[in-house]
Ligand binder design. Structure first.
Ligand SMILES: [Zn+2]
Length: 104
């Protein structure tokens, strides 16, 4: 089981995790949103722990893409970034949850 912190430091920045629905008319069914300015990840409350953990990994990868400028330096638009982040998050979460990577 992946433990989701209430806050964490990553690449020199403090991030906060908040459980709250974010009304987004363009993505009405979204489970999470990351705001880079205030350094906050919003996660939808009430998700199954597996979905919550996978979604958290997904948002962390968006932060990694942002911090490493992977999107801007590789001409990756937001739609392509979403596909890449989703695939990588699903794979990374599987590696963690199936204990190929043991993070105890
Ligand atoms: Zn995303």
């Amino acid at each position: 089981m992946l433990k989701i912190p209430k806050s964490f430091r990553f690449m020199g920045k403090k991030w906060t995790v908040v459980y709250r629905d974010i009304p987004d008319p363009q993505r009405p069914t979204t489970w999470a949103t990351t705001y880079f300015g205030p350094q906050v990840i919003y996660l939808k409350p009430g998700l199954h722990p597996d979905s919550l953990a996978q979604t958290f990994v997904h948002e962390l990868l968006h932060i990694l893409f942002w911090e490493l400028s992977l999107n801007r330096s590789n001409n990756i638009d937001s739609e392509k970034e979403e596909c890449l982040v989703d695939a990588l998050a699903n794979g990374l979460y599987a590696l963690i949850s199936e204990k190929v990577i043991d993070v105890r």
